[in-house]
Design a protein around this ligand. Structure first.
Ligand SMILES: Cc1cc2nc3c(=O)[nH]c(=O)nc-3n(C[C@H](O)[C@H](O)[C@H](O)COP(=O)(O)OP(=O)(O)OC[C@H]3O[C@@H](n4cnc5c(N)ncnc54)[C@H](O)[C@@H]3O)c2cc1C
Length: 432
């Protein structure tokens, strides 16, 4: 048994100089935290009720979004959201059963939709996500799967010829200010760049440099295997409650379904299930599931040359090992509500419109709960009043992108390295 899950007598560290850590949640974020804590010499247990990468990290669009600097809450969202909520084909959906959770979340989101706040958020996003490609390339090479990372530009299209405003649009201004490079493709140049795309799209913007993984689940599982080779114990158990040390010293107790675990430090990387675990500690994180869907077509008859994003529909289409994947939808609600496959049908109709010559018959469908905070930034840092318990959750649309850097920040912070202001924008305490 790994020392991290032994009784408290086995632990001689403390929250200030920890020797043992339990990372709860073996999604892409928890796996990266476990790797980085282990590199710093801690005995690490990675605890999950499921096998690694079975939840939200299983089926995403795979984009390593180094230029993700645009939060959901942009000025103008108030009007757009109202229109979207009234449309049956809309990418934005509220689950009726979750309205009492979703409405306060949306109110907070709308409060962030002003330019000064958006600019601050963009800088914090760039700081966390900007280095993603190099970090994933290094990890994938170490994990023995370098072929899973593919450097390819993104192509952004809109059904209206003038739908992408590179000059006046705040989103594009922010991307440019934070170092993205653009190339406008029109008519024949767009056809040549992406021959399978419907000719109804007449203008596109190529953005780079960018990369994606061709198999997010295989990538995350390879990272989990790397963690085990480095000495991390992977344990199947379900955390029910946390007990911080009485009087501030001693290990944290983890009350789980199978057994009681203890550790000097606990990292909660429990994705969309994090908020209820924090509530008994007095930490109220407004974290909800931003549920997304994908359809993957095994044999579409072509490979894309880019990750193609349809801006009006808020979807991304990626050529992957399992096939052509169309992924999107923002269904705000609870993680465990059953999937509403009508959302997947909307994606299917869109795929037919975008790629009219494609074979879109043999496919699989999937729903994943993105862990979402209303200001589009994750929560990374210690729980207020419980310094031995850290949160690493809430990356929303960008958890794959942000996982390696998050793991690094968590491990450095837990081990007492001075991070200056690096964690300030992500502090869980910002909502209290
Ligand atoms: C359609 C779609 C497309 C996306 N595309 C992209 C993309 O292109 N690029 C990108 O960067 N991101 C993308 N994302 C977002 C990304 O997938 C998520 O942000 C990321 O997977 C979240 O990872 P996580 O480790 O925080 O959560 P998860 O992968 O959900 O892992 C959380 C883990 O915690 C475990 N857990 C929870 N509670 C407990 C408990 N009490 N005890 C034990 N274990 C527990 C769960 O079983 C789970 O394994 C997309 C998401 C969706 C839905």
């Amino acid at each position: 048994m790994n020392p991290a899950s032994q009784p408290s007598s086995g632990s001689t560290g403390s929250a200030h100089s920890p020797r043992t850590a339990v990372v709860v949640g073996a999604g892409i974020v928890g796996i990266c935290c476990a790797i980085e804590l282990r590199r710093r010499g801690l005995a690490v247990t990675l605890l999950d009720r499921l096998a690694p990468a079975e939840a939200c990290s299983a089926g995403n669009a795979g984009i390593l979004a180094a230029h993700a600097v645009v939060p959901i809450g942009l000025p103008g969202l108030h009007a757009q959201a109202a229109a979207m909520l009234l449309s049956r084909e809309s990418p934005l959906v509220l689950r009726l059963g979750s309205l009492h959770h979703a409405v306060p979340w949306i109110v907070r989101l709308l409060r962030t939709a002003n330019e000064p706040q958006v600019r601050r958020t963009a800088a914090a996003m760039k700081a966390l996500y900007g280095s993603t490609v190099a970090r994933h390339q290094a990890l994938a090479a170490e994990a023995g799967v370098p072929e899973l990372i593919r450097a390819q530009a993104g192509l952004y299209v809109h059904p209206a010829a003038g739908g992408i405003d590179l000059v006046g649009g705040l989103a594009w201004q922010l991307r440019r200010e934070h170092g993205a490079q653009f190339e406008v493709l029109e008519g024949a140049a767009l056809r040549e760049a992406e021959p399978a795309l419907s000719p109804t799209y007449t203008r596109g913007v190529r953005m780079g440099p960018m990369a994606h993984t061709v198999n997010p689940q295989r990538l995350a599982r390879a990272y989990a295997a790397l963690a085990q080779r480095l000495g991390v114990s992977v344990v199947r158990d379900e955390l029910r409650a946390l007990q911080p040390p009485a009087g501030g010293s001693g290990p944290v107790q983890l009350l789980a379904a199978q057994q009681r675990h203890t550790a000097d430090v606990v990292v909660l990387a429990t994705g969309a299930w994090t908020a209820p675990l924090l509530r008994p500690l007095g930490c109220r994180l407004p974290l909800l599931a931003e549920r997304g869907y994908h359809l993957t077509y095994a044999d579409p008859g072509f490979e894309l040359n880019h990750v193609v994003s349809e801006i009006a529909a808020h979807v991304a289409v990626t050529s992957m090992e399992p096939g052509l994947r169309i992924a999107g939808t923002e269904e705000i609600g609870l993680a465990d509500a059953p999937p509403d496959w009508r959302r997947a049908e909307v994606l299917h109709r869109l795929a037919q419109r975008m790629f009219p010559g494609a074979r879109l018959t043999q496919g699989s469908r999937w729903m994943g709960p993105r862990p979402g905070l209303p200001d589009s930034l994750p929560a990374i840092g210690p729980v207020p009043g419980a310094p031995a318990i850290w949160v690493a959750a809430g990356h929303g649309h960008l958890g794959l992108t942000g996982a390696p850097h998050t793991g690094d920040l968590v491990a450095r912070g837990v081990c007492g390295e001075h991070l200056g202001a690096a964690l300030g924008a992500y502090a869980p305490s910002r909502f209290m």
